[in-house]
Write a protein that binds this ligand. Structure first.
Ligand SMILES: Cc1cc2nc3c(=O)[nH]c(=O)nc-3n(C[C@H](O)[C@H](O)[C@H](O)COP(=O)(O)OP(=O)(O)OC[C@H]3O[C@@H](n4cnc5c(N)ncnc54)[C@H](O)[C@@H]3O)c2cc1C
Length: 462
């Protein structure tokens, strides 16, 4: 590998979120030389830059469907006190939640990159893509001082979350007019968990109906979706400006702290720089308004204060690939199995409305889990480009389930194996699917029903 203004690797991964990191590490595990370019100065994407927490979900109702890198990382973080491991979801949406510490995660990902020999290019963003016929030949990256580096590779992975590289290279993409809204997440400390739980037990009708009747506090971990009446009154009187019907917050890994996922910026395009800038400013205004409301009106928050605001507003949905297969909500509810499965998902279809204050939510029918096929990572326009993470080929509604972090890591890992093997064999990933599947299985990934881990009883104990 040569480093400087030109670089040549087997696999270039663009975007260092959880899917990109998983892809880069798995490509390296399969013997590829790998560069991972990230426009910010941290790995982890939404989990670190936007403080999104907890990871949900690793589990369908009858077993764990996410293994491999995501599970190893959870165990590593847990051993260091940077994750509480898998816990039952106190909100009642998913089977499990996995709280993590964003700073612990950021360090662990960088360490992992060092151990696996992945060259991380922090502060580098996509500037140009050079196509030769229907292949990507090189990608030019620009650093924050306007220096450039041209990276050539036989295979590229787009893990930007926005599909920036796929879009630039000419893949078919779509973006919905009713994209899910953005949220600026913030952390509060000195929250009195017992007081929140006592109120929840006394007034369960003020909270999401799926929540446990004995309250939202389990073994010291809290998660709440509701305070509907408080929010309704405050919005009607004009004290609360946030266009949302509830407050949603979860504990992180620190006593007394909660991560508030409740601001809502609608009608802005996550793939437009100017609209993102406006969204960030609106998110900051909403953060102040919401935190004031919470401390002055919600039980348990009288002494709470904001201790951290995310560096970047969280963008739930932007462009998605229209790939060789477009998975939809019918596949998800039918618990689809595919001959080219590379990962599984189990999160409910969960749509934060971009038009009004509501949230729509459907549990996955039947077994509560489904396969994701390799074809959702592949396009028909650019031979040597894979797309991983939240912008894979799914519909707007299908996306509302596949977008979550455990699934993005599993999909990323699969993309990494596919890219490395495709580079080595000089074959299209679809032609070498059995090799990809075997490589993933040898890394502990969960692909078919027999791989599912039945650890639900351990989960129930918290
Ligand atoms: C507000 C909000 C709440 C959510 N709640 C949950 C939850 O509770 N649990 C859950 O599991 N999931 C949740 N999600 C979903 C989840 O966080 C994301 O869908 C997931 O993290 C996406 O991972 P990714 O790797 O595909 O993309 P990202 O995490 O977005 O990573 C993409 C990376 O690429 C980089 N990048 C982008 N463009 C370029 C470029 N042009 N050049 C170089 N680098 C680039 C970015 O800086 C970023 O680091 C939530 C998302 C949001 C926004």
């Amino acid at each position: 590998m040569s480093v400087g203004h030109k670089m040549k690797v087997d696999v270039l991964v663009l975007g260092g979120g959880l899917s990109g990191a998983a892809a880069a590490f798995e490509a390296a595990r399969n013997g590829a030389t790998v560069a991972l370019a990230e426009r910010s100065f941290m790995l982890g994407g939404a989990a670190t830059l936007s403080l999104v927490n907890p990871w949900q979900t690793f589990h369908s109702p009858s077993g764990r469907v996410i293994g491999g890198f995501a599970q190893e990382l959870t165990e590593k973080l847990r051993a260091r006190g940077h994750s509480l491991g898998h816990l039952p979801d106190p909100v009642g949406f998913a089977t499990s939640v996995t709280p993590i510490d964003p700073d612990g995660l950021r360090s662990a990902l960088d360490e992992e990159a060092k151990e696996r020999g992945v060259a991380v290019l922090y502060g580098h963003r996509l500037r140009d893509a050079e196509m030769v016929e229907n292949r990507l030949r090189s990608v030019t990256l620009e650093d924050e001082h306007l220096g450039t580096i041209c990276v050539r590779a036989p295979v590229f992975i787009d893990a930007t979350g926005n599909g920036d590289l796929s879009n630039m290279a000419g893949c078919r993409m779509e973006i919905d007019s009713d994209c899910q809204p953005m949220t600026l997440i913030f952390t509060m400390d000195a929250v009195d968990f017992e007081a929140v739980a006592a109120y929840h037990r006394a007034r369960p009708e003020e909270f999401y109906e799926g929540a446990a009747k004995d309250g939202p506090l389990r073994g010291g971990y809290i998660g709440v979706s509701g305070f509907f009446e408080h929010v309704r009154r405050a919005r009607e009187s004009g004290r609360l400006m946030v266009p949302r019907d509830r407050v949603l917050f979860f504990g992180n890994t620190r006593p007394g702290q909660v991560v508030v996922n409740a601001t809502r910026v609608t009608g802005k395009h996550g793939a437009s720089g100017t609209e993102l800038s406006e969204a960030m400013r609106e998110g900051l205004e909403q953060t102040k308004n919401l935190a004031d409301f919470m401390t002055s009106e919600l039980p348990g928050f009288a002494r709470a204060r904001v201790v951290r605001i995310a560096d970047q507003i969280g963008v739930r949905e932007t462009r998605r690939l229209i790939g060789r297969y477009v998975m939809d909500e019918n596949d998800i509810h039918a618990n689809a199995n595919f001959d080219d499965a590379i990962a599984k998902g189990a999160f409910p279809l969960d749509i934060h409305s971009g038009a009004d204050a509501s949230l729509s939510y459907e549990k996955v029918s039947g077994k509560g889990r489904y396969d994701i096929p390799l074809r959702c990572l592949l396009n028909s326009e650019v031979e040597n480009l894979l797309t991983v993470g939240k912008c894979i080929s799914v519909t707007h509604k299908g996306f509302s389930s596949t977008r979550v972090m455990p699934t993005c890591m599993a999909v990323g890992q699969a993309g990494g194996a596919a890219a490395a093997l495709s580079a080595k064999m000089k074959r299209d990933p679809e032609e070498i699917y059995p090799l990809i599947r075997d490589a993933l299985r040898s890394a502990g990934a969960i692909i078919s029903e027999e791989d599912i881990v039945n650890d639900i009883d351990a989960l129930a104990l918290g």
